[in-house]
Design a protein around this ligand. Structure first.
Ligand code: BDR
Length: 326
């Protein structure tokens, strides 16, 4: 049998999401990848309250004709912090406040809860599953507390969250996912000793795409593209505002934060530059709670170092986005 004839093993992914607009893009990208098996989607509070996240996730699966992918109810609130959402960015319902009278009902959810499901899916496929986390990290923190050896059986963890230069998008120094549950982020960065890749806020800003690409992307003549055009309309208007432009590290552009994390999990050749450094999260601080701390001086004596994503192949990334809406 030649190399080409050997059946390629599909990459097994679990996505932990707070479906929001960019989570929707990330899910659609994973579903479109031919060599990916999405074992399940676990939902967490975050961009919008959990009930919306569940509904939004099912809406995304419906437009992709993939309601067969199991969806699990996760944590409705952070471990310690007060709840916060990002309604001004994603719309109050998390998907741009566009009415959807035919949204699937929550009776389609699995009976099993997200935290147990993560543990079961990983343990049933030891060493094979990559976990992509694009929400506050509450479900992941709960999972490792319940099963401390879980990370040993994970292939890799991909996170959208944190920051590298103390630039916030939610507080002065804090990125949304790490601020929304800082204690969970602390636990996850401390306990998940599997290979860990972090798509930070500054990295995502620097990897923004030109608006001309977005026009072409959304103009594709498909139901998925029309869906994305509708649900992202509020966010696209919002990011043109002066307030938002100030948050960006780079110049104007389209920043689909969560999608970078899933793209890196899908494609072995997407990530072109990263640095390995031990990381943690500030839990106190007048201004800095939720900020990611990079231990370049190795004062924390952590043996586990995360890969901080620096650059990706943007042409490949654009193609993956195009394919996601085909
Ligand atoms: C992160 O926060 C959320 O609003 C986005 O979905 C992304 O996960 C960016 O800071």
């Amino acid at each position: 049998m030649s190399q080409d004839q050997i059946p390629r093993m599909k990459k097994k992914l679990i996505m932990d999401v707070d479906t929001g607009v960019d989570d929707a893009m990330a899910i659609m990208m994973a579903l479109a990848a031919p060599d990916v098996e999405l074992l399940g989607i676990t939902c967490c509070h975050g961009n919008t309250p959990l009930e919306n996240v569940l509904k939004n996730t099912l809406r995304v699966l419906k437009i992709c004709n993939r309601l067969d992918v199991p969806v699990y109810r996760g944590c409705a609130e952070p471990l310690v912090a007060h709840k916060r959402h990002a309604g001004d960015f994603h719309g109050k319902d998390g998907l741009g406040d566009v009415p959807d009278p035919d949204a699937p009902g929550l009776q389609l959810l699995q009976k099993e809860k997200a935290v147990e499901a993560i543990i079961k899916m990983v343990n049933d496929n030891p060493g094979e599953v990559s976990l992509v986390a694009t929400a506050p990290l509450t479900n992941l923190a709960m999972a490792v507390k319940l099963d401390p050896s879980l990370p040993e059986r994970l292939k890799a963890l991909y996170i959208m969250g944190g920051n590298t230069e103390s630039r916030g998008n939610t507080t002065v120094c804090g990125e949304f996912n790490f601020v929304a549950d800082s204690e969970a982020a602390y636990v996850v960065l401390d306990r998940y000793t599997c290979p860990t890749y972090i798509a930070t806020w500054e990295f995502s800003c620097r990897s923004s795409l030109p608006w001309s690409f977005v026009d072409t992307w959304l103009a594709q003549d498909t139901d998925k593209a029309r869906f994305m055009e509708r649900i992202s309309c509020h966010t696209r208007k919002m990011v043109q505002t002066e307030r938002y432009q100030k948050e960006l590290v780079s110049g104007p552009g389209f920043n689909s934060c969560d999608t970078y994390a899933v793209a890196a999990a899908i494609s072995d050749t997407l990530l072109t530059e990263s640095e390995q450094v031990a990381v943690t999260v500030e839990l106190g601080g007048t201004y800095t709670r939720g900020m990611m701390v990079l231990d370049y001086m190795e004062l924390l004596k952590k043996t586990h170092k995360a890969f901080i994503m620096k650059t990706v192949d943007l042409e490949k990334f654009k193609q993956m986005l195009m394919d996601a809406l085909k």
